[in-house]
Design a protein around this ligand. Sequence first.
Ligand code: HEM
Length: 416
Amino acid sequence: MVDSTLPLLLRGYTWLPERRRRSGGAPVRTRLLGKKAIALHGPAAVRFFYDEKHIHRRGALPQPVIDTLFGSGAVHTLDGEAHRTRKALFTGLLTTPSGVQELARLVHEELERASVRWARCESVVLFDELARVLTSAVHSWAGVPLTDDDRARTARDLVAMVDGFATVGPRHLTARRARGRLEARLADLVEAARGSGAPAAGGADDPTVFEAITAHREADGSLLPPHTAAVELLNVLRPTVAITWFGVFAAHALHRRPELRERLAAEAGPEFAWAFAQEVRRFYPFAPFVGGLAAERLEWAGRTIAPGTLVLLDLFGLDHDPDLWPEPRRFDPSRFLSGEVPADALVPQGGGPPDGHRCPGEDITVAILATVARFLAQLPYQVAEQDLRISLRRVPTAPRSGFVIRDVTGAAPAPA
Ligand code: HEM
């Protein structure tokens, strides 16, 4: 079987859908990085993939992805009891409605502050601005110190880790260096907090993310080594800043569909902003697929999967499957106006049960995205002449220009 690593790197988001079309919808069999691989598609495949008896994560992720995106020893790479204990830390910290709301409030506050500055500039690149806004907000929320001097550099490093994970060459090297810098800084902060005793060493009633990760104990009762604690802190800071990509896509959708901008600006309740955020997550490309290793000999759709085979779950394809999403290439928030999200069909951040490998940051993503989208809809600005093409061959992708806005004429009103 021919290895598909190069075609995947060259074709990005289009690689798997094209292969699926060529296979007539049957699971795609191939090789990636020399390993036998099979790609599964459909809601039943989501349930199959997220059954932990079927798929293991240890050893599944290529080292270049660990070295940039997730970090070594990260929750993403654990299985069984070790995963459950570590995962409980994340779900406990990231999914309480009051915590999610507080983070969204901080994002709004930072947007207001930033937009005062935007009004003094001829034009600004929204991508860079949102990255800095989210970097500030998530550091204050997580209780991780960040000086004004460090802010722009830290935002650049957090963006670089996401931007460079799926490529070879300069972007990848930048991502590795960024991870090295951030891990070293955060590990020092963890050691310093532990050295100084409470509250980081435990006991706080309502601990910050920093305090909780610093004091977290593994299934065997041990504290996380400082480097692993830094990796897991980054697994909160980095993906929150990654919402920048979705924020820029939201701006793109508002630009292409001005009637949605008007509606989003006018609606007082949160329902439309929520539906709009869900449609941004469905419509625009971000994570192409997730992968794990077959834990044993598996049967799927009449096919045998040998133990150790790399099993991919097609996320981007599922979010655009016409059997699940009529007119999938149409951006239409009304799909979500009922307030319902169809089970195992909307998977931009993976799927499965919350104690499995499902992304624990979905509520945060939707809340921040709704906040950013509504803020932009209410903010008076013009969209500059620029190259807004979104290449499906680059992972992750964004409008080429980063979305330049100009003539910002004032801060948007406070949230309802
Ligand atoms: C831009 C928005 C985001 C995208 C596209 C995204 C995507 C994903 C994907 C595809 C996975 C892997 C699921 C799997 O392995 O099956 C994942 C897992 C994870 N995400 Fe997110 N995510 C986002 C936002 C967030 C946020 C805001 C946080 C935290 C504040 C977060 C924290 C995590 C963690 C800790 C995991 C590992 C879960 C585990 O392995 O048990 N993510 N995310």
